[in-house]
Write a protein that binds this ligand. Structure first.
Ligand code: GTP
Ligand code: SPV
Ligand code: MN
Length: 615
């Protein structure tokens, strides 16, 4: 018998495996769980209800296996540190697959595998993969459960860390299962760390497998993930569902699933502007989402920091606008660089109830990472559990170390952030890390020019995925690793959505906080001071501020941007707002070659040619 225990409950699903919790009432769900259990052969099955009792049991178990290290409850109540396997610290884009029926449907930017072949590979990998472990069934909702934009999924995982993280990042448990049981469509998502245990094996704190597969079947709307416990690879509601699979659903249903933050900006006059912004991974979304304005009278409320779903809907005024929700319920944020100076809102959010991953441990049982304070503590335990002193010559926290925390704890969260209707979008920003050429801010002159701007995003690589940090790479819409179908079709879909919106379409802007001088110093102070740019953007939407026309769109005249008190030199400001025709010709020519490679819609290539001609 596969089960070691005879203590089966009445809730038996498959074989004679003990089952705990309240299973679904739906036959298709039960059959699927049964099939996966028969394949992966876990010791037991737990239906996760999202309640405190189950959660506390799970945490206790993780503490006993060393997966979670409790932090000092006086300094950081209810918080834990997880140290991953050193080979499992980021998304693995080279191991991420889009298994559409044809290679063309995955486009030139995704790794494609033949679906039938991949299913065979997965059947082999998952055969017995959960032996000695518990199979958790985690029903979840992306979006407030009552939102017409919400979509449901069920993740099967053998990782308690994933269960605890999904509880923070999504609405998981009984409420989501109730919707599914009532007939809602659901996306099956199967995850295993790929580390079965024999009867005499002792578990490690962070089980994983050197061989990793992050697999999507867009036609079947199905996800399989093997070998990793890291966020974007394992919390399948996040990038796998809310971006890769959702982008396909959105294409079919006429909406957009994007790698964006979402905020509400209120001007001193009380005018509200809803802004979404797409920057590549580790390029400032969480920071901008938690912006603490440095200009008097302005306020910013947080709605989301990583993913936005938006759908056209006609308002009472007869104008069709994009209405946006944040499908997540928490933040999985980059720790390094987060400090009381740079992002006090995040620091306040992190006071309690946090799962930290791969940060350093202080001698008094709290956490530290590079950039939290200007001076590091004299002694730490680094992210790999080794002694660390400031002269160690290596970072104490992994550059992609992260915090997982509930959005409800964020002090700047908008009171209505869970409004099922979402917010009407006024502006969309695109940006990246560009040390040269790209101005601080540009307004696209049309939706088409804005789509071109999004399609042309390039950014220096960061530690959020494997690869060489600092290398410039193209990342259209900050969605390069997250588009579930051919990027040419994705661009065509954006153009199509814009046509449907007409005058209700949000204005589109490009921003760049990362321009440097010849000495490698950031020209722009960034962080809270980004308020100055956000204020210009909000005023442009209202039509109350000027700008000068350039071949790549409108940029502020030096006098249009409020830079009082920044101590910015005139020369630095000029450089930040400069559109150099020679550099831009080269930039657009490169972008054109890339669009060609993508087989982007002709309308975009024409828009690009027009801009080149104007230069
Ligand atoms: P993902 O969660 O990977 O999608 O990242 P993100 O886009 O949310 O990036 P995040 O806000 O976490 O910022 C990543 C890094 O960029 C951090 O180390 C920040 O300190 C740094 N950063 C954010 N905003 C700014 C800025 O305005 N200027 C500068 N110089 N650095 C910034
Ligand atoms: C990113 O890499 O863009 C993240 C972290 O937001 S992850 O969830 O791992 O994708
Ligand atoms: Mn992200």
């Amino acid at each position: 018998a596969r089960s070691r225990s005879g203590a089966a409950t009445s809730h038996e699903v498959a074989a004679d495996r003990p089952t705990h919790g309240t299973p679904s009432r739906r036959d298709d769900v039960l059959a699927w769980v049964g099939r996966i259990a028969d394949l992966a052969q876990p010791d037991r099955i737990v239906w996760v209800d999202g309640g405190d009792a189950q959660h506390e049991l799970l945490v206790r178990e993780m503490v006993s296996t060393g997966t979670l290290l409790p932090l000092n409850p006086e300094l950081r109540p209810d918080s834990y540190l997880a140290r991953s396997d050193p080979g499992d610290v980021a998304r693995v884009e080279s191991r991420t697959f889009i298994c559409s029926p044809t290679r063309a449907e995955a486009g030139p930017t995704n790794n494609w595998r033949d679906p039938a072949e991949m299913r065979q590979t997965l059947a082999g990998l998952f055969d017995g993969a959960m032996r000695g472990r518990t199979l958790y069934v985690v029903p979840f909702s992306m979006g407030p459960v009552d939102s017409p934009l919400a979509r449901f999924g069920i993740e099967i995982t053998d990782s308690p860390y994933v269960v605890a993280s999904m509880r923070i990042m999504t609405r998981s448990g009984a409420a989501a299962l109730a919707r599914i049981d009532d007939g809602a469509a659901w996306v099956p998502a199967v995850h295993s760390v790929g580390a079965p245990l024999g009867p005499d094996d002792v578990d490690v704190p962070w089980p994983c497998n050197p061989e990793k597969y992050i697999v999507h079947f867009p036609a079947e709307r199905e996800i399989w993930s093997y070998g990793s416990g890291y966020g974007g690879n394992a919390l399948l509601g996040k990038k796998c569902f809310a971006l890769r699979i959702a982008s396909v659903i959105a294409r079919d249903e006429g909406w957009l699933a994007e790698h964006m933050l979402l905020v509400r900006v209120t001007s001193p006059e009380g005018r509200r502007t809803h802004v979404a912004a797409a920057f590549p991974s580790a390029c400032g979304k969480t920071n901008l989402a938690m912006l603490r304005p440095t200009l008097p009278g302005w306020s910013v409320e947080t709605l989301g920091d990583d993913i936005v779903w938006m759908a056209p809907r006609e308002g009472d005024d007869g104008v069709t606008r994009l209405h946006a929700i944040n499908p997540e319920a928490g933040f999985f944020g980059v720790a390094p660089g987060t400090g009381w100076e740079s992002n006090p809102t995040a620091m306040e959010t992190l006071r309690r109830g946090v799962i930290f991953t791969n940060v350093a441990l202080t001698d008094d049982g709290d956490v530290w990472w590079e950039g939290q304070t200007s001076q590091p503590p004299a002694h730490l335990i680094d992210w790999q559990g080794r002694d660390w002193t400031p002269d160690a010559g290596r970072p104490a926290a992994h550059p992609n170390s992260r915090f997982t925390v509930s959005a409800a704890q964020c002090p700047t969260m908008a009171a209505d952030w869970e409004d099922p209707a979402g917010v009407p979008l006024d502006a969309i920003l695109f940006g990246g890390r560009r040390p040269s050429t790209v101005p601080l801010v540009t307004q696209a002159d049309s939706w088409e020019a804005g789509v071109l701007l999004g399609a042309s995003i390039a950014s220096e690589r960061t530690a959020a995925a494997e690869g060489t940090v600092g290398e410039l790479r193209r990342d259209p819409f900050a969605m390069l690793p997250f588009t579930g179908y051919a990027v040419a079709d994705y661009l065509a879909h954006w153009l199509e959505v814009g046509r449907g919106l007409g005058t209700g379409a949000p204005a589109i802007f490009g921003v760049n906080w990362f321009r440097k001088d010849d000495g490698g110093r950031f020209l722009w102070p960034g962080f809270g001071e980004n308020t100055r740019v956000i204020a210009w953007i909000a005023d442009r939407v209202a039509g109350t501020v000027g700008g000068r026309s350039t071949p790549i769109g409108h940029v502020p005249n030096p006098g249009d941007l409020d830079v009082t008190g920044l101590g910015l030199s005139e020369a630095d400001l000029d450089e930040l707002l400069d559109v150099d025709p020679v550099a831009w010709r080269a930039e657009l020519t490169r972008a054109g070659a890339y669009l060609e490679e993508l087989r982007a819609p002709a309308a975009l290539r024409r828009a690009l040619d027009v801009a080149i001609d104007r230069l």
